[in-house]
Design a protein around this ligand. Structure first.
Ligand SMILES: [Zn+2]
Length: 194
């Protein structure tokens, strides 16, 4: 009898909210610029992604985003140091979210055109500018919007390089060389004083 009840409950839920089969080769599951390493299924079928935008050169950190609701997380704010997620950290956060999230499934957001993506990055630089000093920008801070940006690291670097040429008053780039490794730092320039 219990089995029958269980089956009927399942049947009642499934027609509208049934999780779709994993679209293993669907383009929408391979957002440009990130590597999706794990996926969790929420209570009503929304997919929670664990992904990274790192190349591994300076360590690999992971982010979590739910495609059904607005949950997104790239660090543990309770920690006092090394807040970024390892793969195990991210998987734990994603699993915890999936076990409580009742959002319905949605696809990835549509990939924006180049002008829109470029403007997103320009706006990010503009927002960082302060009256008092140049502010260092960390491209890893973009991790949380990488699923809407959908661009490669190289493309993003290209946009910053062009912006530094076109608007040197807004962005400057510093290059330094340690042994055989080159480091690039980005700074949002101090706002003009009048
Ligand atoms: Zn969610």
């Amino acid at each position: 009898m219990a089995l029958t009840l269980f089956s009927r409950t399942r049947t009642a839920i499934e027609p509208e909210h049934a999780p779709q089969p994993w679209p293993e080769i669907g383009e929408t599951w391979k957002p440009e610029g990130v590597v999706v390493t794990q996926r969790f299924l929420g209570l009503a079928g929304a997919v929670v992604l664990v992904y990274t935008a790192d190349t591994g050169a300076n360590g690999t950190y992971y982010s979590v985003a739910c495609l059904g609701c607005h949950f997104a997380s790239a660090e543990d704010r309770q920690r006092t140091y090394n807040r970024r997620y390892s793969l195990a950290d991210a998987a734990k956060v994603a699993n915890e979210h999936a076990t409580t999230c009742r959002a319905l499934p949605r696809d990835l957001p549509a990939r924006p055109d180049d002008d829109t993506a470029r403007e997103q990055l320009h706006a990010w630089v503009r927002r960082a500018r302060r009256n008092t000093e140049d502010v260092q920008l960390w491209p890893s801070d973009l991790d949380l919007i990488r699923l809407t940006l959908q661009r490669t690291n190289d493309w993003i670097v290209g946009v910053f390089q062009q912006l530094a040429v076109d608007q040197p008053e807004a962005l400057r780039i510093e290059r330094s060389q340690y042994t055989d490794h080159a480091f690039v730092s980005y700074y949002a320039r101090r706002l003009p004083q009048d």
